[in-house]
Every structure is written in C-alpha cells, then in structure tokens.
Design a protein around this ligand. Structure first.
Ligand code: COA
Length: 149
C-alpha cells in the first residue's frame, strides 16, 4: 500500500469527508455539518487517513466531560481491511486521552458486524441497545463502551 498518513483533520478536508460519508453511510452528514465540526466545535476531535493526497478515511468524537463519544468512523471501500479503521480509532483515542478523556462510547448498527468486530478488538464492550435508533430503517443501535466498567 502507498504511504498512509494518519493526521488531524483540517478545515479543507470538509468536502472530501462529506464525499466519503455519502459513499459509506445511508444517512451521511452534509458538508455544512463537517464545516461546523472542524471550524467551530471546540469539543470535537477528527483524525484523517490520507494516501497520495487523497482522504481515504476519517474518525471523530465529541468530548463530553471526560467521555469521548465517537461520532463516525469511515474508510473508503477500496481501502478497507488494511488496518486503516483500526489506526484511525487508535489515534483518535490517543489524542483524546492526551486531552483528558478517560472513557469512550459509541453506537453501532446491530447489523454492522465488521464495525462491532473492530471495536471489540479495541476493547469496547457491548453495554445495551437503543431501540429504533436509526431513522432511515428503524434499526437498533448497540451501545459500546471502553474504559468504563
Ligand atoms: C467499519 C470500517 C470503518 C472498518 O474499517 P477498515 O479500515 O476496513 O478496518 P480495519 O482494516 O482496520 O479492520 C480491523 C479489524 O476489524 C475487523 N473487521 C473490519 N472489517 C471487517 C469485515 N468486513 N468483516 C469482518 N471483520 C472486519 C477485523 O477484525 C479487522 O482485523 P483483520 O483485518 O486483521 O481481520 C469500514 O468497514 C467502514 O468504513 N464501513 C462503513 C462505515 C461504517 O460502518 N462505520 C462504522 C459506523 S459505527
């Protein structure tokens, strides 16, 4: 694989992040949402994965007290199963821990077994279900936590 760069996401990644979201999710965030996150949201952390100048993945979280709420993790389909998702989430949590966050949580679709496997490998544990959490198809979310027993 050409050289992978894991770095903080910047304001000028907004277009590519929104483009990636459209490919990866049934309910993608808009460019405006990403612009808010990167320019204005002081409590948001976003990490980008870049290969040959192209954004191929990103991961983000919101800091709420000492908890990191992971908002999204996305890797372009043609770059999956190469460790990029794992590298993004690991780096995101490292940056967050440097900023005082001690535990992490997220919601993931019940049917999204690849993502659940990734999070389980990173020591997240299932901690409950949010029924009908996803508006597009009424699917349940699995709530997962890391670092809070
Ligand atoms: C989930 C996602 C981010 C994983 O990204 P990725 O770069 O492919 O993940 P990695 O290569 O780092 O995989 C790490 C581990 O997760 C698990 N995993 C990832 N994808 C998997 C799949 N399709 N099937 C089974 N296990 C999978 C494996 O254990 C893998 O380790 P291995 O390749 O050594 O077996 C990616 O599939 C994606 O963008 N999906 C669409 C968006 C999404 O669902 N995001 C999560 C929302 S909560």
């Amino acid at each position: 694989m050409s050289q992978l760069i894991i770095r903080s996401a910047q304001e000028d990644d907004v277009q590519e992040m929104a483009g990636l979201d459209r490919v990866c999710f049934a309910d993608p965030w808009s460019e405006e949402s990403f612009a808010y996150e990167l320019k204005l949201n002081q409590r948001a952390f976003y990490i980008a994965a870049e290969i040959e100048g192209r954004l191929v993945g990103y991961a983000g979280l919101w800091a709420i007290l000492d908890e990191g709420h992971i908002t999204n993790v996305a890797v372009a389909p043609e770059y999956r199963r190469k460790g990029i998702g794992r590298a993004l989430v690991t780096s995101l949590m490292e940056v967050a821990e440097e900023n005082g966050l001690t535990s992490f949580t997220l919601e993931v679709r019940e049917s999204n077994l690849p993502a659940q496997k990734l999070y389980t490998e990173l020591d997240f544990k299932p901690a409950g279900i949010r029924k009908g959490y996803y508006h597009d198809n009424g699917e349940n979310a699995v709530i997962m936590w890391r670092g809070r027993e």
